[in-house]
Design a binder for this molecule. Structure first.
Ligand code: ZN
Ligand code: ZN
Length: 713
């Protein structure tokens, strides 16, 4: 628009200025018009003044500061200008200023407050400013707004936002007449605070409720959220006009509640579906661990959004299928669906469990390129990824660079140090956290206790356990007791460990007995082992690892008959030992080795490498530790089965394919056995090769003949 003013530039006609004001499109134009009104004195005209303020306060085109500067020069702003200012500050997330302006407005008389009060009340709700809110409530009563349903509805909403649902109820009951907004505000409020009965009561009394599907849906949603699918279903059935939202809510309710069959039946009956309906079904199948059905639904979706992809990827991750998660993530990128924070957090978990550092780095740089910030959940996920892939230094660097840090970042870093057996550093970090006034939570203590346990720091661990209760008033959960039992049992303090179990306020779980059982194996305590096994067999009769642990303990004690008996029991119950599996990434490809498995294309070469390594190590004094073999078999055969433990295969494969000076990273699904541990230690020296092994519990960094775990794992 050309604002050139024809005629006398010093005296443009007021009419023309007003026309320009009506057509104004940008702040630039407004500046020019504003200048004209000052020249002509038109600015003193209330209408013009209001128009200029109003434009500068418009959320998209305006400029709040400019509007404020005009407002500040107005001696007696009119009702509209007050209202526009208060609303603008509230919409600009400056609720403090909105309340302050409203208080100033009250000093001026003969104004219309009706439209400003609701924004002041909203601002109080937002800031949880209960005192100011009550003051405005008092003012409302004194100034005869107590029959204005518009103002009273705002008051109801404020009390609901402040969590004062009872006071809201009193206001509601005293209203001369309630409109649809009043009813729905109250019903939503009661539902929000779990007052299902009162909400239902109100809902049943609500006039014209059949026309208001939003409130029906709020009721259904509330019942679903509080786990009462029966009531939700009853409401759904009785609903006169079911909307797509209602269908989606009820299907999601059944799916989340685990009744996927009913969800599916309803899904099939739906008159119309959208992406939300499909997502609920995929999510439901994922939660029931029916991952194939979930994928079937996912593939059939006519349209997918980022949520659909994320549900499916997270589903794979939580069902221990990280490779499938990664594959799907690649498809997602190919189909040009942009991942969000949740997708990336899930995919980082998959990458961590596979130990694929290159993929992890790729996600990290992807985040940088696409503006994802590391100061939230993703920061913790990245720290976790670097630690779990064996790269504790980059994890620490990332942690140091994050400002400000959240508790999640501290927890991830302490866990990282714990996993790597860096107990002292973990403890230092914990102390620094305390110094900075960051309040630890239950997860922090699991991390710090397991750090102490992995490093054999018994007295530090016990001290942290005490701090947890006394300084932070956190009641230890079973996981914390588990850490303490682990700490004591690993250190061979079996009696003390058992005393902790006896003194716990809860029943010991199978994890606890497994800790005792593995400690018994480590310290060769067959007697304690037998009683722990009895307890375990009651709790988890079908867990093969228990039988394996017990037979290992018997084997160590040379009690071969008991070994055979345990094996027999295992066979009778149809249980099979989880096969050991180790993986290694070479040239970007993941190679997996199963104990004794021969499916790898380079199998022959690998076996001869294992033979070569064993031969070399024997010269340096390596003797296979035969107590680690489950079966009572001839010595040579035992040696053979030891040679085929999956980590030995993976490391030998790594030796063939890795240049000197590059550390070999291996991930194992079970705990590293004692024989493999001493084998790898010696190998790291003889071959002068750094080897990093992540087993079920922690990391082992092998270098120059020793391991970072100090043989304590
Ligand atoms: Zn082994
Ligand atoms: Zn080790």
């Amino acid at each position: 628009m050309n604002l050139a003013i024809h005629g006398n530039p010093m005296n443009p006609s007021p009419l023309r200025t007003l026309t320009l004001l009506e057509m104004c499109q940008s702040m630039n134009e407004l500046h020019q018009i504003h200048a004209q009104t000052i020249i002509t004195g038109l600015i003193k005209d209330t209408f013009t003044e209001s128009k200029i303020v109003s434009f500068s306060l418009s959320p998209r085109r305006g400029n709040l500061c400019y509007g404020r500067s005009i407002y500040d020069q107005i001696e007696k702003p009119n009702s509209f200008i007050w209202y526009a200012m208060i609303r603008a500050y509230f919409n600009d997330s400056n609720s403090h200023e909105a309340i302050s302006l409203f208080n100033q407005m009250l000093h001026f008389e003969n104004l219309e407050y009706k439209f400003s009060v609701p924004f002041a009340l909203k601002a109080c709700g937002e800031l949880a400013a209960i005192i100011e809110g009550k003051q405005i409530h008092g003012w409302v009563l004194k100034n005869h707004y107590n029959s204005d349903v518009f103002v009273l509805n705002a008051l109801l909403k404020m009390y609901v936002d402040l969590g004062e649902i009872r006071v809201a109820g009193q206001v509601f009951d005293r209203m001369d007449q309630q409109d649809l907004v009043s009813w729905t505000t109250m019903i939503h409020g009661y539902m929000k605070f779990g007052e299902l009965e009162i909400a239902t009561n109100l809902f049943n009394r609500m006039p014209n409720r059949d026309k208001d599907s939003v409130t029906w849906n709020a009721m259904i949603d509330g019942y679903v959220k509080y786990g009462n699918i029966k009531e939700a279903s009853k409401l759904f059935e009785g609903m006169p006009d079911k909307t797509l939202v209602s269908w989606n809510l009820i299907i999601d309710g059944y799916a989340k509640g685990g009744d996927i069959e009913t969800a599916r039946k309803l899904f099939n009956e739906m008159p119309k579906r959208d992406v939300i309906s499909w997502n609920s079904m995929v999510d439901g199948y994922v939660k029931c661990r029916k991952i194939e059905e979930a994928k079937e639904f996912f593939d059939r979706m006519p349209q997918k959004d980022v949520v659909s992809w994320t549900i499916m990827i997270a589903g794979y991750v939580h069902n221990d299928l990280p490779k499938e998660a990664l594959k799907l993530f690649q498809c997602m990128l190919i189909e040009r669906e942009r991942p969000d924070e949740a997708t990336l957090a899930s995919i980082l978990m998959a990458i961590s469990s596979l130990g694929l550092i290159e993929e992890g780095k790729w996600v990290h740089s992807f985040m940088g390129k696409h503006g994802f910030k590391v100061n939230g959940v993703l920061g913790s996920a990245l720290i976790d990824m670097y630690s779990k892939c064996g790269y504790i230094e980059p994890a620490h660097k990332l942690f140091t660079d994050i400002v400000p840090k959240t508790l999640g970042h501290w927890n991830a870093m302490i866990s990282g140090f714990a996993m790597h057996g860096l107990g002292k550093i973990a403890l230092e970090l914990f102390k620094e956290m305390e110094r900075l006034g960051v309040k630890p939570n239950a997860i922090t203590f699991i991390a710090i206790l397991s750090a102490c346990s992995h490093s054999g720091m018994v007295s530090d661990g016990l001290m942290c356990f005490q701090i947890m209760r006394e300084r932070y008033a956190l009641e230890p959960k079973i996981q914390h007791y588990g850490c303490i039992v682990d700490l004591l049992a690993r250190a061979g303090m079996m009696k003390e460990a058992l005393r902790v179990i006896e003194g716990m306020p809860m029943n010991p779980d199978s994890m606890m007995w497994k800790v005792i059982l593995s400690a018994c194996r480590k310290h060769g305590e067959a007697n304690y082992g037998e009683s722990a096994t009895e307890k375990l067999m009651e709790l988890e009769p079908n867990d093969a690892s228990i039988y394996v642990l017990l037979s290992n303990i018997y084997a160590m004690a040379g009690r071969w008959e008991d070994v055979a008996r345990t094996r027999m029991l295992m066979r009778e119950r149809g249980l099979r030992k989880t096969p050991g599996c180790s993986s290694i990434v070479i040239g970007g490809v993941l190679h997996e080795f199963l104990a004794g498995g021969d499916s790898h294309p380079q199998y022959k070469e690998i076996v001869s490498k294992v033979g070569e390594v064993i031969g070399k190590l024997r010269l340096e004094g390596y003797r296979p530790d035969l107590t680690q073999v489950l079966l009572d078999v001839e010595v040579e055969e035992k040696e053979n089965s030891l040679g085929f433990h999956s980590e030995k295969l993976a490391i030998s494969f790594g030796l063939i394919n890795t240049k000197k000076g590059m550390p070999i990273h291996v991930i194992k699904n079970l705990r590293v056995c004692g024989d493999c541990h001493s084998f790898i230690k010696l190998l790291s020296m003889v071959y002068d090769h750094e080897i990093v092994v992540r087993d079920q519990n922690r990391f082992h960094h092998f270098k120059n003949g020793s391991c970072s775990c100090m043989d304590f794992w």
